[in-house]
Ligand binder design. Sequence first.
Ligand SMILES: N[C@@H](CCC(=O)N[C@@H](CS)C(=O)NCC(=O)O)C(=O)O
Length: 247
Amino acid sequence: MATKLYVVPGSHPSKAAALMLEHKGIDYKRVDLVMAMHRPALKLMGFPGKTVPALKAEGRKVQGTREISHFLDELKPEPRLVPSEAVEQAERWGDDHLQSIPRRLAFWALLRLPGKERVEVTRRSLQGYRIGLPAGLAARTGLPIAKRAAGYNHSTDENIRADLAGLPEKLDRVDALIAEGVIGGETLNAADYQIGTAVRLMLEFEDLKPYVEGRPAADHARRVLPDYDLGVPKVFPQEWLPSRPAA
Ligand SMILES: N[C@@H](CCC(=O)N[C@@H](CS)C(=O)NCC(=O)O)C(=O)O
């Protein structure tokens, strides 16, 4: 049976899973689902959870980036995705404490951007995906989907303020993992894919770029995932953004 990876457009953990399959040299077919509608679709296919990435391979259904990295190491041990306890811990930290931040910010932003900008960001997020609708049409009619996704991702003002305030500390941790050699080594690993894709998405926010650029985390993210092309214009209240050290 062909290996199939179920994703939603623009999803950074989905991109991480695709990169991990490529890391292993495993051929797969990517199946693009529409955000929010992916939940019943995954249920119909017999996946137990609600999220992408979801993988069907060797008669198994595996859901979640961490489950996928471990499964791929079982399936094809080399080159290893989780070669050490330190990588496993960093991967877990990325999944538990970093991954949700740019996702929450993205849905909050989509609901606050002026209509034309929202449509453009959504259209860019759909580029290269096949969801059975032209990207322009899907982008113009995507507001109810963004509203639902903002709801179940808890993109509240309170959470967004906390995410923005905590950003420098999170990025310090990414830089430290690079300095320690846990990520950013010669061969990328599961934590590189987990963390690099999240930081790469942060770089797509005009508001966040100044906090990320110039850090090792920024070069690392671009190495892991050179292209994203979401381009989210400034949208967060300036007083919610953390103060920056004087240049
Ligand atoms: N932390 C999990 C979950 C990933 C996740 O939340 N994916 C989002 C897309 S970026 C999703 O499927 N959200 C839909 C939902 O929560 O129903 C992982 O690393 O696989």
